[in-house]
Ligand binder design. Structure first.
Ligand SMILES: [Fe+2]
Length: 203
C-alpha cells in the first residue's frame, strides 16, 4: 500500500451528516405529513427528465434539505427484517430531537391527534423517546435528552400521559439503577475526546 493510500484510510474524514432520501409511493401525502405535521419547510420541488418528482425539505437553515422524497416506491408490501417482527428490511428509523420533555409530550399529542398509528413511549436512559411511523410505514423516533447516561442499548416503556414531574422522577429512579449510570456530562466529556466538537469547514 502506498503512503498516500494508508494516510487516506487512517485519517478520519471531515464531514457531517446532511440528509436522507426516501422513495415514496404517495408523494403529496408524505409531503403533507413531513411539512404539515412535523413542520419541515419545503425548499424545492420538481420533476426529473424521466418523470420522477422530487421534494426537498428542511428544519435547518444551514441545510437546503434534510429530507428528500422521490416517488417510485412499489405498491406491493416490501420485505421486513429477518429478526425484528414488522420492522423494515433496511431503514430502521429516522430520529428527531425535541427541545425537552415538554416538547416531546406536545409532539405526542400532535401525533395522536393526526392519526391512530400506534406510538410506543419509553426511556433509553439517555433520553425519553417515542416510536411511531410515517403514513407509508417508515419508522420514526422522537426524543428529548435526559441529563443521565447508562449503557446502551437500554429501553424501558414509560407512560407519557402522567404528569411531567412524575414521569421525570419515575425515569430517574429507573435509570439510576441501570448499568453504567452516570451524569450525561461525564459521558460527554469522554466523547468529546473522540469526536471533535468544531466542524473545521463550518463558517
Ligand atoms: Fe434512535
Amino acid at each position: 500500500m502506498s503512503d498516500t493510500a494508508s494516510a487516506t484510510i487512517s485519517t478520519a474524514p471531515v464531514m457531517k451528516f446532511s440528509h436522507l432520501g426516501l422513495v415514496v409511493n404517495d408523494l403529496p401525502k408524505m409531503e403533507r405529513f413531513y411539512t404539515g405535521v412535523l413542520g419541515f419547510v419545503l425548499t424545492d420541488k420538481g420533476a426529473t427528465g424521466i418523470g420522477a418528482t422530487m421534494a426537498f425539505m428542511t428544519l435547518d437553515p444551514d441545510e437546503h434539505h434534510q429530507i428528500f422524497l422521490v416517488d417510485g416506491r412499489p405498491d406491493e408490501a416490501l420485505p421486513t427484517s429477518t429478526i425484528i417482527p414488522g420492522s423494515s428490511a433496511v431503514l430502521h428509523h429516522l430520529s428527531f430531537r425535541l427541545g425537552g420533555l415538554g416538547d416531546l409530550r406536545a409532539m405526542y399529542d400532535r401525533l395522536t391527534n393526526e392519526s391512530d398509528r400506534p406510538i410506543k413511549t419509553a426511556t433509553h436512559g439517555i433520553c425519553w423517546t417515542m416510536y411511531t411511523s410515517d403514513p407509508e410505514g417508515n419508522e420514526l423516533e422522537f426524543f428529548a435528552d435526559s441529563p443521565w447516561y447508562c449503557d446502551q442499548p437500554f429501553m424501558k416503556p414509560m407512560d407519557f400521559r402522567i404528569p411531567e414531574d412524575e414521569l421525570y422522577n419515575q425515569t430517574e429512579e429507573i435509570v439510576r439503577m441501570a448499568p453504567g449510570f452516570r451524569p450525561y456530562a461525564d459521558f460527554h466529556r469522554d466523547l468529546d475526546k473522540q469526536v471533535p466538537r468544531d466542524f473545521p469547514g463550518a463558517t
